[in-house]
Ligand binder design. Sequence first.
Ligand SMILES: C[S@@+](CC[C@H](N)C(=O)[O-])C[C@H]1O[C@@H](n2cnc3c(N)ncnc32)[C@H](O)[C@@H]1O
Length: 381
Amino acid sequence: VCLLYEINKGKASPWHPYFLHLPRSYSILAAFGELETQALQVDYAIWAAQKAVTKAKYEWEQAFTLMKELKLKPPLLTFRAWIWATGTISSRTLHIPWDEAGCLCPVGDFFNYAAPTEDPDSFENVENWQNEHAKDDLDIHHSQRLTDGGYEEDVAAYCFYAKKNYNVGEQVLLSYGTYTNLELLEYYGFLLEDNPNEKVFIPLDLDMHSLSCWPKESLYIHQNGRPSFALMCALRLWATPPRQRKSIGHLAYSGCPISKGNEIYVMKWIGKKCDALLKEMPTSVEEDKSLVHLIDKMVEYENLREWVKEASAVFGGEFGDNNILKAAYGVEGDNELTSLVRTKMLIDRWKLAVQWRLMYKTVVARCISYCTDIINSLSTQ
Ligand SMILES: C[S@@+](CC[C@H](N)C(=O)[O-])C[C@H]1O[C@@H](n2cnc3c(N)ncnc32)[C@H](O)[C@@H]1O
């Protein structure tokens, strides 16, 4: 509300020059329509998008009376304006200790994102703990200075630190935190093709959850295809006959294989599950790759209809019933320019959704290879 209120002041706002440089739109999940949401294809991602839209609508409705009382101009009262403000806040604010809303920081928000490669608190880094602690003790001041940025009271300024030596002309990147691709989409409206913090969730049976004490969010597959520490523990325990679970449960919880047979059983289960998951998907990895390529090629077409015609000859499904055209041209009262801008934004979001599911499937496929390798190596031992 504060941001829209300030925008409403136009040139009279001291923030006006900054506002002129802000993006016109965001591809955050809350901006996803039905087409892009369904294009995610995976249930939990679809739910995340639907939840983001519902939450934004609810918050907009809650703020509406106040915004009317503040006499905001009608375009600033719309849901689109609300999504824009939400996107600005979620993708550009910096953390400050005295206000949970964070702050907007002109110039400070110029830094693009680079993923941190290691989460020091993660269970996945168990082997590194000892070394890390030793290093921390020796080098505590140094490591503190290696934080990317933060508000520093002594200088009353937000300070940023380069975490490596950059060459002239090289882009300086900042870590905003550890995010999966779905989280990056939700808060920032982009994703990384190579995200070391990606987590892929596969459907598990109820008893797998109830057997172990691991929270649901810890049962996932890493970007490199390896099942997470907790997922392996939970499945090893689940694959152990109930009467033995108590006596050898400690092995599972410490992350050790229980037996060769148990390990092969678990790997086979994950491999089969992943294989079935890929087969159930409406499109394959290869099809998604071609679709991303085709979307990129779209800029070469002068006319969207022409492009859709060609694309629907290659792909049935998503182009069927002229979904894209309907979504792009379906808003009454749009002039040609508005319609063009709207279409471009829609296609941007749609591409992100296709990229997201492609990454999901790529990780699932990597997991199948990982499981096969383990099974092969255990079988020959
Ligand atoms: C705080 S701004 C960073 C500067 C940004 N280029 C700008 O001024 O709009 C955050 C936004 O930049 C974009 N962004 C940041 N890092 C990115 C990356 N690694 N790849 C693609 N887009 C990125 C996303 O749109 C994100 O919402």
